[in-house]
Design a protein around this ligand. Structure first.
Ligand code: PLP
Length: 370
């Protein structure tokens, strides 16, 4: 920790999630080794992107893949590929989309901070439905000659009044409209790397820096070859729309190493470990005055892993907000997620090693013991 120590930046124990604001995830040795090796030699960057993409396509059972600087960049690039395709002149005019198909349809219930990545491309976002309800006929009515794509956001926003993705895919495919799936945090399960595209999505997008534990500034687009080919001339080293989203050779090979590792992980054992930690937390913390501890499933991103939900009543030694602040103000800081209800908080084992899981429990015990 000397780097953070030199800067007097306080280390954080992350019991929240793979949050960008906390640094996302930690890179395993295989990823660091690949990045280190890549940092020591020059290479033809475009050729490397092609070769890494081909390897990742094979590994993820997809037609093609492209490494980006993150899932948000992947959203923007996928939209552009749907808007301008192989039209070189149009690609160079972006974000001016005059004369192009430039409407992207989205559920109103899916609107979220990441949809700026759609809007920055110059398209118009067409919302359908309400925050709580959407009908297939509303999707049918929204599709027209100007529709470039439909964007489906998978995560906490999914299920808030939308109908299933299969129905979206059926309606869109009948009208020749590509469906882009933002699946940034949808690993695990590992099968999602090919599930959305096998269902019929034109492409799916993943963060490299969440559970994949690749470079923090990496992301992956998997899907149709023609869309990936449309993206290539826009991305670094070419001076197109994606030049400000430059992907380094280190990120490319680092993400490849991360995916190779991820496919080999014993995901059942990971789940078992998380269940064990959550059960231990429930046992220990449920004993404390004014604290109700329960297993919560799935987690905030919809991943099939458990968390421990702590709900405090007025007999607890601290209120929820005071507890969250005390955890953060400790040394090391402990980050947890608050529930929307304002009286609960969640402990997530996925971003903790076993020692840290014990430290979190012990700190809570000290803070809440009456
Ligand atoms: C995390 C996340 C993103 C952004 O991913 P980055 O790799 O950090 O760019 C986009 N969409 C959703 C739904 C996410 O959860």
């Amino acid at each position: 920790m000397t780097v953070f120590g030199d800067l007097k930046a306080k280390p954080v124990i992350n019991a929240a999630a793979t949050l960008t604001k906390l640094g996302g995830s930690l890179m395993p040795p295989e990823v660091i080794a690949a990045m280190q090796a890549a940092s020591e030699r020059f290479v033809d960057l475009e050729d490397l992107q092609r070769r890494v993409g081909a390897r990742l396509a094979k590994l993820t059972h997809n037609e093609a893949t492209y490494v980006t600087t993150g899932a948000a960049a992947g959203i923007a690039l996928s939209v552009i590929a749907c808007v301008a395709g192989q039209d070189r002149a149009a690609l160079q005019r972006l974000p001016d989309t005059t004369g192009l198909k430039n409407e992207v349809v989205v559920f109103k219930s899916h609107r979220n901070g990441y949809d700026h990545a759609v809007r920055m491309t110059g398209v118009t976002l067409v919302e359908i439905g309400s925050e709580t309800h959407t009908e297939p006929t509303e999707l049918e009515a929204a599709l027209n000659a100007n529709t470039a794509a439909f964007v489906w956001f998978q995560g906490a926003m999914t299920g808030l009044g939308d109908f299933p993705i299969e129905t979206v895919l059926a309606i869109c495919s009948a009208r020749g409209v590509p469906v882009i799936v933002d699946a940034a945090a949808q690993l695990p399960p590992v099968e999602n790397l090919w599930r959305f595209t096998q269902l019929g999505a034109a492409c799916a997008i993943f963060s490299g820096g969440k559970d994949l534990s690749g470079p923090q500034s990496s992301g992956l687009i998997v899907g149709r070859k023609d869309l990936i080919e449309a993206i290539r001339p826009l991305g670094s080293p070419n001076q197109g729309f994606a030049r400000p989203m430059k992907v380094g050779k280190e990120e490319m090979v680092g993400l490849l190493a991360a995916v190779e590792r991820y496919l080999k992980l014993d995901h059942a054992a990971r789940l078992e470990r998380d269940e064990r930690i959550v059960a231990e937390w429930i046992n220990l913390l449920g004993e404390l005055e004014g604290v109700r501890a329960a297993r919560s499933f799935p987690n905030e991103a919809g991943q099939p892993h458990p968390r421990c939900k702590l709900t405090l009543d007025s007999s607890a030694r601290l209120g929820t907000q005071a507890l969250i602040a005390a955890l953060w103000d400790g040394d090391p800081a402990i980050a947890v997620n608050a529930d929307e209800d304002g009286i609960s908080l969640y402990l997530n084992p996925m971003t903790l090693n076993d020692d840290e899981a014990h430290i979190v429990a012990e700190r809570l015990r000290v803070l809440l013991d009456s």
